[in-house]
Ligand binder design. Structure first.
Ligand code: GLN
Ligand code: ZN
Length: 756
């Protein structure tokens, strides 16, 4: 009997081997053969890890050289016209990364994770043709090693739902064509073995779907599940409940259904119906997207609850989603505090958890070592409940007794005071915070961290950089200056490193896209700020100029959304603690003479839940905590915020409720189209719509920026507008930044003259 299951496994490699070989290949330093060799080693190793851990359902085709959505497009032959002359790996990587003459395909976030997939481009003209070679060869590779895998596929409805149609037509017009290829594929796969287990991922079912999408489920799965009696078909969803779709799937001849009971507890509501269908339930109970050790007791309780309705024989214990979203293995964490490490579990450790939980749940005999493991799990979870490095009475008391949650004076009054004291003109110019991160700068930080550079020398280098930034901004004629953020590697890590309750890993890499990985810091305990974090650098910068120096902080919601967050407290409580720490920093900055402080919320929108029903709650505490973070600001202290996107259509009221005095946003690429919502909704606060796109090395001309500002003035009055680039400049080169900002300042002068 097969009793436990893993939805998918990370592929980047425990030492990021795939990243390294891909980047070497792209830099023409090795051949594609060598890439394939490494890929083969990784696949084998990953299968072996799962097999050795006792996992029954191990996947093939969860591997990818870049992305599984891209693989699916290639499998279908959905190749955009501009790449059609290419073939094989040249084609594949061109689609992902572009060539000199063909722009790369778009990339976007995979649901609410930090993984990014390639967005397929469909057209009514397309003629699809099956290419099953990758899928078949991976299955055979595993088989040769004695491992019979389940084959992972991205489902046709998710594939379509996440694609875009370049003719502007509805993507579902391609449904029949796409489904025909899936049918052909399944026919081929059925020939591979006596029985074939197929996992078809349909995470799109975890969203609020239109009736039209729901109406396609039954015809799609009736067709697919009837192709061959040799195929056992499992449809998996994750990240949320999928009750609407589940109800329909129960009436199709699929073999099993995979549900996430951690991020979609509502899936429990479908069990009654499911029990009548005699389908297998792949029960997602081990978190595939965090780093915390499972609590066996809690998980067994959950499984028992499920077993009250579903026959135990029909339950298979599983990860909640692919382990792609957690780091690989704890074995390389050599520097971590032993207590903290004992609370963690990365993908490899999660395999053991899934195995042991299934043993316990099915009441199988445990060996002595296994019993010891179970005991260790219990102890680790107990220690988390009481450890003084997690639980800080002072912080908890402070949160309980918060008496001031927002600024005391209304915006309309504050802004008058600020304008008169700060004395900035209409269309005031500023930047979003960072200036180019040069190689020397990175080296300085690295050597300082490694202890190769003394504190004194480090301070001197950073101060020199700040000084240069300030004098450039003065020469250029910018009005509100920034220090340039040379001390920061990353806008969350920098704060995390200084906050109590934050931890860092050496090897906690998670794939973000292609060969890119991120290493999010993690919040394990109550958060507090032992000492000021930015005051010294900011006051040093202020001392170099008579202009206003803008302080630069990261907001609580963004800090939260870009970290792994402890799972023993609701996110909203953690966010509140961070907010208090930020409010202390704001107070120290203003006491030190800083008059404008920007609190970045680049990831505010990223935290939005997948389901409408949960959005209100998120907005409520996210707004609450931004306001709490800036509640310490005096009336005369001007609070800015920055958000890295431009489509505010559905969240404008929420943004307004955050009550920042000024918001800068990313509208440069949309003219003034997306700014209109600010006017239509009667938004009162000041706005800095980015006037040029910093994501490209292109230097915008004066005329172009003048035109852009004029467009903005069609929407909002000059009194309400600031002029700035659309994001931080850290990824750009000085040779691009200097002329661009000079042109921006010139453009503002021209427009101001016109307005006189
Ligand atoms: N202040 C940050 C910077 O300029 C903001 C970055 C961001 O929005 N992602 O780099
Ligand atoms: Zn930004």
């Amino acid at each position: 009997m097969q009793k436990n299951y893993v939805i998918g496994f990370p592929r980047i490699g425990e030492q990021r081997e795939l990243k390294k070989i891909l980047e070497s290949f792209w830099a023409n330093n090795c051949s594609f053969d060598e890439v394939q060799k490494v890929a083969k080693v990784l696949k084998e190793r990953h299968w072996k890890y799962q097999k050795d851990a006792g996992i029954d359902f191990i996947s093939s085709n969860d591997f990818s050289l870049y992305d599984n959505m891209l693989d699916t497009a290639v499998m279908l032959g959905a190749i955009p016209q501009r790449f059609k002359a290419l073939s094989d790996e040249t084609l594949y990587f061109a689609m992902a990364r572009g060539t000199k003459t063909a722009t790369a395909m778009e990339m976007t976030k995979w649901f609410n994770t930090n993984y990014h997939y390639i967005v397929p481009e469909l057209s009514a003209e397309d003629n699809y043709q099956l290419n099953a070679s990758k899928i078949i060869s991976e299955y055979k590779e595993a088989k040769e090693l004695g491992i019979t895998t389940k084959i992972n596929l991205i489902g046709p409805l998710t594939f379509l739902g996440l694609s875009k149609n370049i003719d502007g037509a509805d993507v579902y017009t391609s449904h029949d064509k796409v489904l025909k290829i899936y049918e052909e594929l399944l026919q081929e796969l059925a020939e591979l073995d006596e029985t074939i287990t197929l996992q078809i991922d349909e995470p799109i079912f975890a969203k609020d779907n239109e009736a039209k999408v729901l109406s396609l489920i039954k015809p799609t799965y009736d067709r697919l599940a009837n192709i061959s009696s040799k195929i056992k078909m499992i449809v998996t969803t994750y990240f949320e409940h999928s009750n609407e779709a589940s109800k329909i799937l129960l009436h199709t001849p699929i073999w099993g259904i995979g549900l996430d009971f951690l991020y979609g507890q509502e899936n429990l509501e479908i069990l009654q119906l499911l029990s009548k269908s005699d389908k297998k339930l792949i029960a997602g109970v081990v978190n595939g997207r965090n780093i915390w050790k499972n609590d066996f007791n809690a998980t067994l309780n959950l499984l028992e609850e499920i077993a009250q309705t579903i026959a135990k024989d029909n339950i298979i214990v599983s990860s909640s989603c692919s382990l792609l979203h957690s780091p690989f293995s704890l074995k390389y964490e050599q520097k971590m505090d032993a207590d903290i490490k004992n609370w963690l579990s990365y993908a490899n450790e999660k395999l053991d958890e899934i195995f042991l939980i299934s043993k316990l749940f099915f009441k199988e005999e445990l060996s002595t070592t296994q019993k010891a493991e179970v005991l260790k799990n219990k102890k680790a979870n107990e220690s988390r409940k009481t450890s003084p490095i997690i639980h800080d009475k002072e912080v908890q008391k402070r949160v309980k007794n918060i008496d001031k949650r927002e600024r005391q004076t209304a915006y309309s009054k504050r802004i008058k005071l600020q304008k008169s004291l700060l004395g900035y003109e209409n269309l005031a110019t500023t930047t979003i915070g960072s200036f180019p991160q040069t190689d020397e700068l990175r080296k300085t930080r690295r050597e300082y961290k490694q202890g190769k550079l003394s504190q004194e020398l480090y301070d001197k280098e950073i101060k020199n950089y700040i000084k240069e930034c300030v004098s450039f901004q003065e020469e250029c004629g910018l009005e509100v200056l920034v220090h340039g953020e040379p001390e920061r590697n990353d806008m969350v890590e920098y704060f995390g490193e200084q906050l109590k309750g934050y931890g860092f890993s050496q090897n906690g890499w998670v794939q973000s896209y292609g060969s890119r990985c991120v290493k999010p810091p993690f919040i394990y305990g109550d958060i507090s700020r032992p000492h000021p974090m930015t005051v010294d650098w900011t006051t040093y910068a202020q001392a170099q100029t008579d202009s206003i120096m803008k302080g630069m902080l990261t907001g609580p919601v963004t800090i939260l959304n870009w970290s792994f967050v402890r799972d023993d407290k609701p996110r909203s409580e953690v966010s509140e603690q961070i907010a208090l720490a930020i409010s202390d920093e704001i107070n120290d900055l203003q006491e030190a003479g800083i008059k404008i402080i920007q609190v970045d919320e680049a990831a505010f929108k990223e935290g939005y839940p997948l389901r409408e029903a949960k959005i209100k709650l998120y907005e409520k505490w996210a707004v609450r905590d931004f306001k709490l973070a800036v509640s310490s600001a005096w009336d005369k202290t001007q609070i800015h915020t920055h958000m890295c996107y431009s489509n505010f259509n559905t969240i404008i009221k929420t943004i307004e409720a955050m009550d920042a005095d000024v918001i800068s946003i990313e509208t440069a690429r949309s003219g003034n189209k997306l700014l209109k919502i600010f006017q239509e909704s009667g938004y009162k606060q000041e706005v800095g719509p980015g006037v040029y796109d910093i994501h490209s090395p292109r230097i915008p001309s004066v005329e172009e920026i003048v035109k852009q500002i004029e467009l903005l003035l069609e929407v909002l009055p000059k009194e309400q507008l600031w002029i700035n680039p659309d994001c931080g400049l850290k990824t750009r080169k000085w040779k691009e930044v200097k002329p661009s900002l000079q042109n921006m300042v010139k453009a503002v002068k021209i427009v101001r003259d016109e307005l006189k």
